[in-house]
Every structure is written in structure tokens, then in C-alpha cells.
Design a protein around this ligand. Structure first.
Ligand code: ADP
Ligand code: MG
Length: 548
């Protein structure tokens, strides 16, 4: 026809097109996510336009996305009744790369001198509309703008030119027809398409119909008002996203606009670690969405590793849909998200511990190891201390079974007390009869009891809490029993002390560093201290019985 025009792609677009078309990338499926998102954007624009021009009652218009898959002809068609495009928009939008994301990607590829996508992960995050050329040998776009009475067809076979011609199109909106490449035959299969829509686009705002049936189902709970979501909805949603059969024990649902836009819906599983998740403990359970479209399902970039037991969704409108892996790793936006999420989770757990103590303690019993790991992994002292506020220990001043926190300990410290003391011991009984505790009793301070071997390593990492050094009683003993020897009246004379200590030294030879007399013990004949920490201590503990 006379109206048929050929256009050359802008150079950058051509380059992108080439890379996409020749991509060996296996995750070609993301093209569908891109097309569905574009359709959603177009519907959203129309909805917005309608509200502005005609008031909110026109909002109810039948906005939708229709997909049809035809195996026989190897066709896939995606149609929306959104804003559509004028001829100028068609040429500009589908002929140039306006998006900063794609542009940045291209520049990055140029810099790295890469020319195919085989090793690149961009496919995972999409390159927008052009990703269709991973699967289609010919693409036709039929569109009519809400501002134009004439419809247009854009077509391209993946080469360096595209064509635009007038067509008869009844309805405003856009219809995209993909003529699939032989190796992309799978995308003409309805079941495959349904699975993909569920995977990436299950939560989009508009109905998506496949061969006439609506297939997107779940409401995106995370964008809803937290108060409006029922517990049943949470349970159903939790099962969907976590792929497990238990329930959430805590739900943390919140929205914020500053410092970043964030819609977070996080679940703390009821099950104990490894109980329902197939023992796969290593992967992050939180998915990252941008405006309800899945960006990455195990978004370890936005949740610290030690919170990997938390399941849920984080959606931020500030994230560009086509964010690249590189950006995903380096983006300051994601770092911000991560720190916001971490501190929000910590605050949530702290509140729980104060308000629903019993529930919290049950949680703590199951998941304390993760918190402790957090102290080891965290790089900031203030974050370490925030996590430490969640730890619970028995103490020398509390009856067995009752625990205290660092905050409480700190609050109850004696006026002249400068340090926080702990004692590691395999059990309460051994802790209470420990010579270390006995030697400290004249100080009359509270001592935390740690029953796990790794606790000492964690407290050494923590180092201090509210500017008070955290120190093992044993270490304290080494420091306080300095070189001056205290002789009690009626006890050994100085000479006897000298000959006793040199006798002990000569028998233990290089096993000991120093031998000192100590007057702080009542019921124990001797005490052994080591410079640093548990490994040596545990070795010595087993030897102790032979000595005393
Ligand atoms: P992005 O969606 O990030 O802008 P894309 O490459 O996915 O980039 O799409 C390029 C542009 O083409 C869009 O910004 C939009 O203007 C236009 N477009 C694509 N699909 C449609 C559609 N179904 N309806 C209307 N406009 C569309
Ligand atoms: Mg897009």
C-alpha cells in the first residue's frame, strides 16, 4: 500500500535488536512479562486519562489484556484496550531507545565489548519490548491511539528496518502478533503461557485472559491496606509464595514512601527451620517486585542472609522494571531497601518480644540461631546491637527458666558497674557451681549464662552493648587477679605459697603460663583461666577433673 513506510532503527536500537535476536540466553520467557507489563502500562494510562477527563465513574470500563496462543500457526497474540499509539508514537517508542535502563544496558555492553546475551543475565530482567525478538521471527503491532481515528501497523522481522502502514482498526488499544521462531514453538502452547503469566504477572491489576479465560488470580496483598487483609488471605498467599504447608506465625505488612517507596509483606513461618522448606536453608525467601511485576524471586540483594527464613514480597515503585543484574547488585536503591527492611524487621521483632512475649519466646527457641548468625554477619555495630536486643539469656539473678535481655541487664546494672558479664557453661547447674562465678561473687553483679558453645563467639563479635564491654567472667578474673598475691591471715605463708606454686609449675611445665594464689574461692581449690576462648576452654574442661 502507498502508506507503507520503511524506517531504519536508530543505531543503538539496532545493536540491541541484534543482540536480542541472536541471544542464546535460555530464559527467553521474560519477553512475555515485558509485553504484559507494557499492556498494563497502557491500560493504566487510559484509566488515568479517563478519571481525569470524565471523573471516577468511568473507571469501571472493561480494561483487560487478552492473550491467545495458536499452536498450529505458531502464533502468540497479546492485545490490550489501553491508550494505544499514534503513528508518531509508534515510530518513536518502537524505533528508538528512550528508556534510560536499556540505554545504560547498551552502554555497559559496549564497554565490556560483549555482543551476545548468552552469558549475560539481562534476559532475566528484560530489555523491554525488543525482547520479543528472542522468540519471534516477525512481529506485528496493530494499534490505535485514543487521540486518533486512524489505526497503524508496525512490523519488523528483526532486521535493521521496520515498516509502518495504515490499517483498519476498530478499537482503541494495541494488539501484538508474534510469529514465533521454530525454536520458540513452546510459546504457542497455552499451558506454557498460563504458567508464565502466573509466574510473572499473577498480581497485575487488570484481568489477563488466555483464550477467553481469566488466568491471573491472586490479589497483590502487599499493595493493599494492611488492615483490610484477612488472616485467611494471608494464609493462602503465604502458601502460594512459600510453597509450603505451614502457616505464618507472624505477619509484617507495611507500606512507606520514604526514604524509598516500599510495600513489604513478610511472613515468619510457623514451622521450625528446615521443617517445611525441604531443608533448603540457603536461599532467600523474599521476592522483589516492581509495581506488581516480578523482578527476582530470591532477592538476596534486599534481605540480609540471616533473615533467609522470612518469606514474602517486597515491592518498590522506585525500581525500574528492566533493572539489570549489575544494577541489582550495586544499586544504592537496593542497599537502601535492604537497610530499611532489616531495621523494620528488627523493630517488629523487638515489639513482639515486649508485647507478645510468649509468642516471641517460642519464635526465639526456633530461630535464635539465625539472630546470632546475624550478629556475626552484620557489618555495623549498631545493627549488631539491635539484633542483640532480641537475644535472651538466663542469668545468675533469675530463677532457672527465666531469661533476660541485654537491654534489661543494662538497665539493672549497678551504678559503678562498667561491664556486662557472661559465663559459658554447658548447663545451669554447672554455671551456678562454677568457680568463675564464685570468684566474682564479691562484686555482686548479674552474670548472663550462656549454654551454647557458640555463644561466646557471638558475644565476642558483639563486643559491647550500649557502650558497655561484654566480657566473660573468666577474662575478668585474669584481669583483676593481677600480679600482687593476696595472703589471707591463717592461710599459707609466703614461703609456702612460693614452694607450692613452683611445685605446680614444675609439674605442669609448659602447660601453664602463670600460677597465682587467689583468695576469692571458697569451695573450689583451684581455677583455670585461658587467654581466649572456647576451643581451649572446652579442651581444658575435660582435663580439669584430672587436675582437681
Ligand atoms: P518501557 O515499557 O520501559 O517504556 P518498552 O521497550 O517495554 O519500554 O516499551 C517502549 C514503549 O513502547 C513504551 O514506553 C510505550 O510507550 C510503548 N508501548 C509498548 N507497548 C505498548 C502497548 N501495548 N500500548 C501502548 N504503548 C506501548
Ligand atoms: Mg516495558
Amino acid at each position: 500500500p502507498a502508506s507503507d513506510e520503511s524506517h531504519s532503527f536508530q543505531a543503538e536500537t539496532q545493536m540491541l535488536l541484534n543482540m536480542v535476536a541472536n541471544s542464546l540466553y535460555s530464559d527467553k520467557e521474560v519477553f512475555l512479562r515485558e509485553l504484559v507489563s507494557n499492556a498494563c502500562d497502557a491500560l493504566e494510562k487510559l484509566r488515568f486519562h479517563n478519571i481525569e477527563t470524565a471523573g471516577s465513574d468511568s473507571e469501571a470500563k472493561d480494561l483487560k489484556i487478552e492473550i491467545s496462543a495458536n499452536k498450529q500457526d505458531m502464533l502468540l497474540v497479546i492485545e490490550d484496550n489501553g491508550v494505544g499509539m499514534t503513528k508518531e508514537e509508534l515510530i518513536k517508542n518502537l524505533g528508538t531507545i528512550a528508556r534510560s535502563g536499556s540505554r545504560a544496558f547498551i552502554e555497559d555492553m559496549k564497554k565490556q565489548g560483549k555482543s551476545d546475551l548468552s552469558n549475560s543475565v539481562i534476559g532475566q530482567f528484560g530489555v523491554g519490548f525488543y525482547s520479543v525478538f528472542m522468540v519471534a521471527k516477525l512481529v506485528e503491532v496493530f494499534t490505535k491511539s485514543k487521540t486518533d481515528s486512524q489505526g497503524y501497523k508496525w512490523s519488523c522481522d528483526g532486521s535493521s528496518t521496520f515498516h509502518v502502514e495504515k490499517v483498519d482498526k476498530q478499537d482503541v488499544g494495541t494488539k501484538i502478533v508474534l510469529h514465533l521462531k521454530p525454536e520458540a514453538r513452546e510459546f504457542s502452547d497455552s499451558q506454557r503461557i498460563e504458567d508464565l503469566v502466573k509466574k510473572y504477572s499473577n498480581f497485575v491489576r487488570f484481568p489477563i485472559k488466555l483464550n477467553g479465560n481469566q488466568i491471573n488470580s491472586l490479589e497483590p496483598l502487599w499493595v493493599m491496606e494492611p488492615k483490610s487483609v484477612s488472616l485467611e488471605k494471608h494464609v493462602e498467599f503465604y502458601k502460594f509464595i512459600s510453597n509450603s504447608f505451614d502457616k505464618p506465625r507472624f505477619v509484617l505488612h507495611y507500606k512507606a514512601d520514604a526514604p524509598v517507596n516500599i510495600n513489604a509483606l513478610l511472613y515468619f513461618p510457623e514451622g521450625k527451620p528446615g521443617m517445611f522448606d525441604g531443608h533448603d536453608d540457603k536461599e532467600c525467601g523474599v521476592a522483589l517486585y516492581a509495581r506488581r511485576v516480578l523482578i527476582k524471586s530470591k532477592a538476596s540483594e534486599i534481605v540480609p542472609k540471616w533473615l533467609r527464613f522470612v518469606k514474602g514480597v517486597i515491592d518498590s515503585e522506585d525500581i525500574p522494571l528492566n533493572i539489570s543484574r549489575e544494577l541489582l547488585q550495586n544499586s544504592s536503591l537496593l542497599r537502601k531497601l535492604k537497610s530499611v527492611i532489616t531495621s523494620r524487621v528488627l523493630k517488629f521483632l523487638l515489639d513482639k518480644s515486649l508485647k507478645d512475649t510468649e509468642e516471641y519466646l517460642n519464635f526465639y527457641q526456633d530461630y535464635s540461631l539465625y539472630l546470632k548468625e546475624g550478629i556475626i554477619l552484620s557489618e555495623s555495630q549498631s545493627e549488631k546491637e539491635d539484633i542483640a536486643k532480641l537475644l535472651r539469656y538466663e542469668s545468675s539473678l533469675l530463677p532457672a527458666g527465666q531469661t533476660t535481655s541485654f537491654s534489661n541487664y543494662h538497665k539493672n546494672m549497678k551504678e559503678d558497674q562498667k561491664k556486662i558479664y557472661y559465663l559459658t557453661s554447658p548447663s545451669r547447674e554447672l554455671a551456678e557451681t562454677s568457680p568463675y562465678l564464685e570468684a566474682l561473687k564479691e562484686k555482686n553483679v548479674e552474670v548472663l549464662f550462656c549454654y551454647q558453645q557458640y555463644d561466646e563467639a557471638i558475644l565476642m563479635q558483639l563486643k559491647e552493648f550500649s557502650s558497655c564491654p561484654i566480657i566473660s567472667v573468666e577474662n575478668e578474673l585474669r584481669r583483676s587477679s593481677s600480679n600482687e598475691q593476696v595472703l589471707t591471715p591463717g592461710g599459707l605463708t609466703e614461703n609456702e605459697v612460693d614452694s607450692l606454686t613452683s611445685w605446680i609449675k614444675s609439674h605442669l611445665k609448659d602447660k601453664v603460663d602463670t600460677v597465682r594464689v587467689n583468695s576469692k574461692l571458697d569451695t573450689h581449690p583451684c581455677i583455670i583461666t585461658v587467654e581466649e576462648m572456647s576451643m581451649a576452654r572446652h579442651f581444658i574442661k575435660t582435663q580439669k577433673h584430672g587436675l582437681s
